[in-house]
Design a binder for this molecule. Structure first.
Ligand SMILES: [Zn+2]
Length: 320
């Protein structure tokens, strides 16, 4: 596992051994990667890590892998006491911390109970978009904002509605699932079984699928985004489709929620102005006069949004 660590400062071990106060462990379990860190009481990341999720191994082994990663990270804490863990996941979380995630094949997987048993500390499990929204609200692009929508464009698409500073979970913990709003009724089949969900056009998975469909060669979303950044005509064609569908999805959200602000995060948001500028244009084109167009901005914490939110929630479990 050590080979897969990324980003720890060379003095990370010294920081851990000399840490005062308690640390929390955070994990962000996505369809492609598990990211995380031990986070000190001052929000400093004491040790970071990143590993493939390995979803091809199947749902049970993925759960075991997540718990293994958590246990290995917990063992890295040195002398710093670990008070709690926050786990952000790409799925719906019920009040018992069970997760249903189509991208991981989980159906009511007992994530909280499983990891609590392995670590012996309290664990909070939260939808990754909900966590990202909280993270951006605490220290990112939505800082100081009370009412906003957070959209995460990653392997799939996540969303979270924040009202009066609180994430709106919905009656079943599934509010804000913008990725499964259907924007093309005859479109490509989604992992949920429906056709034309937003994430079948806008996500990293969708970019790769559309690229193959058009050009009959494989390319990663990362590579396609690089081509977009360098104004490659073929990549811009795919990107425009993507942005057009995202505008349609966001206008649906504006119609229902009238948010003051929309924060766009996740891996595809690294396109920066290449995303924001055409997205604003598309929204202006598609919006009707009655729409109050939200203030659209990029997430400020890069891929750390969900971990920042998970850390906040973990601290609330066990205040230091
Ligand atoms: Zn869907």
């Amino acid at each position: 596992m050590t080979d897969n660590y990324t980003g720890p400062a060379s003095d990370a071990r010294a920081d851990l051994d000399g840490a005062t106060g308690t640390a929390v462990l955070v994990l962000d379990v996505g369809a492609s990667w598990i990211k995380g860190a031990l986070v000190g009481p001052d929000d400093r990341r004491l040790r970071e890590f990143r590993q493939p999720t390995g979803r091809e191994a199947g749902p049970d082994l993925v759960l075991q892998h997540v718990a293994d990663v958590a246990a290995q990270m917990a063992a890295e804490r040195g002398s710093a006491p670990l008070s709690a863990a926050g786990v952000a996941v790409c799925g719906a979380v019920d009040p018992a911390g069970r997760v249903t995630a189509v991208n991981l094949g989980w159906s009511a997987a007992p994530v909280r109970a499983y990891i609590e048993e392995r670590l012996g500390i309290p664990v909070v499990v939260v939808n990754d978009a909900h966590a990202g929204a909280l993270g951006e609200g605490r220290s990112g692009a939505a800082r100081g904002r009370q009412d906003y929508l957070y959209v995460s464009l990653g392997t799939g698409v996540g969303g979270a509605i924040v009202q009066s500073g609180q994430v709106v979970a919905g009656s079943h913990g599934q509010a804000g699932e913008l990725g499964h709003v259907r924007v093309d009724l005859d479109g490509r089949q989604c992992t949920c079984g429906a056709r034309g969900c937003l994430q079948t056009i806008v996500s990293a998975m969708a970019l790769e699928a559309r690229w193959y469909e058009l050009y009959e060669e494989r390319a990663t979303a990362h590579k396609i985004l690089d081509l977009v950044m360098s104004d490659h005509a073929g990549a811009l064609k795919v990107w425009r489709e993507c942005v057009g569908a995202l505008a349609t999805g966001l206008i649906t959200a504006m119609t229902l929620l009238d948010p003051a602000t929309i924060v766009v995060g996740g891996g595809l948001a690294r396109a920066g102005d290449k995303l924001l500028v055409p997205l604003r244009e598309e929204i202006a084109k598609q919006a009707r006069p009655f729409h109050a167009v939200a203030d659209l901005r990029l997430a400020a914490l890069d891929d750390w949004s969900a971990c920042a939110g998970a850390a906040t929630m973990a601290r609330q479990l066990s205040p230091t």
